[in-house]
Design a binder for this molecule. Structure first.
Ligand code: DUC
Ligand code: ZN
Ligand code: ZN
Ligand code: ZN
Length: 475
């Protein structure tokens, strides 16, 4: 065989193995793994580098229409460019249904927003906000079949949230059709009550966002979502888990044999509530939901990554500009905390943070890093084994890491369109030096190298982890 590309002498790390071998690539796929492979148009010397599956960022928001007319800073071009430079080769952002809109229209709108713009491959999750009879009986079953096999539901935000009855209907539909349900678990009434109370006391600074979004409200909603899923007998994934209260609920469910999965994000390892309390309005840069908690919560999140309570590590990249064109800061200088858009950027820094703080500091091993950032999301969202591993027949989505490099995060050097990073000035060990998506080099040393439009839309299979246990009667 003559290869298009050969990657020689790297240390290959998958979710299961680590070994030295060469990788032969042809037509965008891995066609050979072995020692002493020869004969290629292009040879990449990976001597001294670690070769891991390209990252899959299974939770990020790009060019998502927001009810209030606000616009996200990153579209499919800048967002996937930034992801590629951070070592990610697949993203799964959200096609969000507005209330009153058909789900099909939401998906079609999102295809228009992404068409021809992505540098790396992408699939869609849907967000279901209006589960009408038509959505449940016709649209969702058809869309799941067509390759949109996962969707997120919310228990909070007035324009997004479902009531418990609606959650049950949606879960039953997922069970019948084999879809994977993701849930944003925070108790809406608790947050509304605390927000009004804090405001009535004049407590409107960004730091009070953290108090309004209490960990108890997160714990309650997590427990409720798990209970509703158990009643229906359907798997469930709790997204962006922030600390020990919700972790305890997930561990409890897993201990009882329920198929409950958990996701966490870099902000819950790197930030605390104290970051919301910075000088001036700077705390607004760390406002996300659920909010970062405290040092003990960070430790609990690390432990849950290590012990396997969490299967997925995503960025939850939600790109809002700190200063708009008029120089106004996040919806107005000194805006009440509850008018600050929830979410922080993180597509490009996600892998480096877990690599540095997790792998190099020996909190998790490199195989678990791969599982959390690529293999598990591929399995849970129906992209495996095309994506998420290094195997013959899989797409040649690969990231070459220099584990000895040291990098200081500077927003100036990131490739997103957001005007800040909450991680400014943090020094990390290790960096992705070369990223290939289907055999094409999409980034080198933190700069994009692929043409706009290299990325392809991916249809997701019905994931095996979404299969019910078979315990429920009468569904
Ligand atoms: N939920 C998300 O998933 N992302 C950003 C903000 C939020 O509340
Ligand atoms: Zn959410
Ligand atoms: Zn999100
Ligand atoms: Zn207000």
């Amino acid at each position: 065989t003559h290869f298009d590309t050969l990657i020689k002498h790297g240390l290959i790390i998958t979710a299961a193995d680590r070994y030295h071998a060469d990788i032969g690539i042809k037509d965008g796929r891995i066609v050979a793994l072995g020692q002493g492979l020869e004969g290629a148009d292009e040879v990449i010397d990976a001597d001294g580098l670690w070769v891991m599956p390209g990252g899959i960022d299974a939770h990020c928001h790009l060019d998502q229409p927001l009810g209030d007319g606000a616009v996200m800073a990153d579209d499919f071009h800048t967002g996937t460019r930034s992801a590629a430079c951070g070592g990610t080769t697949t993203v799964i952002p959200f096609a969000a249904q507005q209330k009153g809109q058909s789900l099909r229209a939401a998906v079609e709108d999102y295809h228009q927003r992404s068409e021809g713009l992505a540098l790396i491959d992408y699939a869609f999750h849907m967000i279901v906000t209006d589960p009408t009879e038509r959505v449940l009986k016709e649209e969702l079953p058809a869309l799941i079949e067509e390759g949109y096999s996962s969707f997120k539901i919310y228990l909070t935000y007035d324009d997004l949230k479902l009531n418990d009855r609606q959650v049950l209907e949606v879960l039953a539909l997922a069970r019948r059709e084999g879809g994977m349900v993701m849930v944003h678990a925070e108790n809406a009434d608790c947050i509304a009550y605390l927000t009004e109370l804090l405001e009535s006391q004049g407590k409107t600074a960004p730091v009070y966002h953290g108090e309004a979004h209490s960990a108890i409200a997160e714990r309650e909603a997590t427990h409720r979502a798990i209970s509703l899923a158990e009643l229906i007998d359907v798997p469930l994934l709790i997204v962006h888990v922030s600390g020990p209260e919700a972790i305890e609920q997930i561990r409890w469910a897993q201990g009882r044999g329920l198929r409950v999965y958990g996701e966490t994000c870099p902000q819950y390892l790197m930030l605390t509530a104290a970051d919301l309390d910075k000088e001036g309005f700077e705390g607004a840069k760390c406002v996300c939901s659920p909010p970062p908690r405290d040092k003990k919560a960070q430790e609990a999140v690390w432990q849950a990554l290590e012990s396997g309570v969490f299967q997925v590590f995503s960025s939850d990249h939600a790109p809002f500009r700190y200063e708009d064109a008029q120089g106004k800061k996040l919806h107005g200088e000194q805006a009440d905390f509850h008018h600050i858009p929830n979410g922080i950027p993180g597509l490009e820094t996600r892998l480096s943070i877990l690599f540095s703080e997790g792998v190099l500091k020996q909190r998790i091993d490199a195989t678990r890093f791969v599982a959390l950032t690529a293999t598990n999301p591929a399995k849970i969202y129906g992209l495996y084994p095309r994506k998420g591993t290094i195997a013959i027949g899989s797409d040649a989505d690969l990231t070459l890491w220099d584990s000895k490099a040291r990098v200081t995060i500077r927003n100036d050097e990131l490739n997103h369109a957001v005007d800040y990073t909450p991680y400014e000035g943090i020094e990390l060990g290790g960096k992705p030096v070369l990223t290939l998506c289907r055999g094409t080099v999409v980034s080198r040393d933190g700069k994009p190298t692929a043409p706009t439009g290299h990325g392809l839309f991916l249809k997701c299979d019905k994931p095996q982890p979404a299969k019910p246990r078979g315990t429920a009667k009468g569904f």
